[in-house]
Ligand binder design. Sequence first.
Ligand SMILES: NC(=O)c1ccc[n+]([C@@H]2O[C@H](COP(=O)([O-])OP(=O)(O)OC[C@H]3O[C@@H](n4cnc5c(N)ncnc54)[C@H](OP(=O)(O)O)[C@@H]3O)[C@@H](O)[C@H]2O)c1
Length: 271
Amino acid sequence: MTDGVGPGGSVALIGAGNMGIALLEGWASQNLIGPVSVIEPQPSQRLQSLCAERGYALNGDAARRDAVVLAVKPQALESGAAAAAPFIGPATVVVSILAGKRIADIAAHAPAQAVVRAMPNTPAAIGRGITGAFASSATSAAQRGLADALLRAVGAVEWVDDESLIDAVTAVSGSGPAYVFYFAECLAAAGAEAGLPAALASRLARATVEGAGELMRRQSQTSPGELRRRVTSPGGTTAAALEVLQAPDGLAPLMLRAVAAAKRRAEELSG
Ligand SMILES: NC(=O)c1ccc[n+]([C@@H]2O[C@H](COP(=O)([O-])OP(=O)(O)OC[C@H]3O[C@@H](n4cnc5c(N)ncnc54)[C@H](OP(=O)(O)O)[C@@H]3O)[C@@H](O)[C@H]2O)c1
């Protein structure tokens, strides 16, 4: 193990599928960490090249690491934890991104005191994710700092102080990208209904969601509500549409029900 944890600590990644490789690429691009071990039963060409370029040990060594990141599918927790065991020592923090697996589930399979449960989302693949994270009480400030740096390599990180809030995080940001994609689909369908050729409606809707998202990012000091008000002239076209969206049976209660359903399902999956 390296002296003291924090950026520069040693890491083992267990499972390098979609999310695992996104993390690995984030660490590599930021020169974030010390020695890296990767365990992946079916390494892709991309993974093999990255490991070769960076000198990461792929399916090789088994030295104790400062952090072990579990990125297998939730149903592979048992085999993933078995693969992780040789890397775990008394001072190792285990960072799990497994949806629906609680700290207690992880600790029951992986022999670690310090466990961080994290919920990233798919824009992590382009370094623009947002992750909600919770640390077990046995996690030291330095271990939490290392976990934070590892997760931050693919986007922002928000820490919660109650594990049950991870289900709400899952319902908002974990599942959220799909809501936005669906919004773009619905906008495109409505555009086609309004007379536009379907392909054009689709391009307009897509570019609108992309552009509005980027604008919101660049004007991060301004709330979404304020950005909306700035583009809504009284009596204008946007106001006419917002009147429908803001009706008592409009988007707000629909979103409330959608997020509540996702949260309920996350609670069921966490047992
Ligand atoms: N994708 C997301 O948006 C997202 C968001 C939040 C959380 N997550 C969580 O992230 C985790 C990974 O998701 P993913 O989409 O990256 O899944 P994935 O693409 O299936 O990646 C998981 C990888 O782990 C490998 N694996 C299976 N058993 C293993 C073992 N015993 N040791 C080492 N590696 C093993 C799998 O190999 P095989 O294919 O050979 O089984 C696969 O390559 C999931 O638990 C998911 O809940 C994902």
